[in-house]
Design a protein around this ligand. Structure first.
Ligand SMILES: [Zn+2]
Ligand SMILES: [Zn+2]
Length: 153
């Protein structure tokens, strides 16, 4: 049994556990960390956005000191670290700024700046009407909630 190859399940508890999650601004965030924390990862596919968010969280995000060359237009227009394409090129070709693949962009470019709260206008709060979660009308941020609810069951 114990010599079984690839058996990763174990019965004993993990020896060393972190009591708290890693916090990158625990000892006061440096300017760079602050900057990275507030960074909007636009023009990226879900995967690349995840990678960069991970980098930010673990202080591995190094912002560029000077613009990089875009692989499409060959101009120094890439201002974001780890990106290989500039925003205009990404927009034009509808591809991810980091991997250059035709993936669904999570935060569309140019979404920063105009912070109009109204999205697709409407859906004003309905008073009195049934607020059943079963309906599942919302989709975006509600995923976490959903997971929580599933755990409870
Ligand atoms: Zn370009
Ligand atoms: Zn990507």
């Amino acid at each position: 049994m114990s010599s079984q190859k690839g058996n990763v399940s174990r019965s004993r508890a993990q020896k060393h556990k972190n009591n708290t999650a890693f916090v990158n601004n625990k000892y006061g965030a440096t300017v760079q960390v602050q900057k990275a924390n507030s960074k909007i990862h636009d023009g990226l596919c879900k995967h690349c956005k995840g990678v960069l968010e991970w980098r930010v969280r673990y202080n591995k995000y190094k912002s560029l000191t000077q613009p990089k060359k875009c692989i499409k237009c060959a101009q120094r227009t890439v201002k974001d670290a780890y990106h290989i394409l500039c925003k205009p090129c990404s927009l034009e070709l509808d591809i991810c700024c980091k991997c250059g693949k035709k993936e669904k962009i999570v935060i569309p470019i140019n979404s920063e700046g105009d912070n109009d709260d109204e999205e697709e206008g409407g859906q004003g709060e309905v008073k009195g009407e049934e607020k059943d979660e079963e309906k599942g009308g919302e989709e975006k941020d509600e995923e976490k909630e959903e997971r929580k609810m599933k755990k409870k069951k």
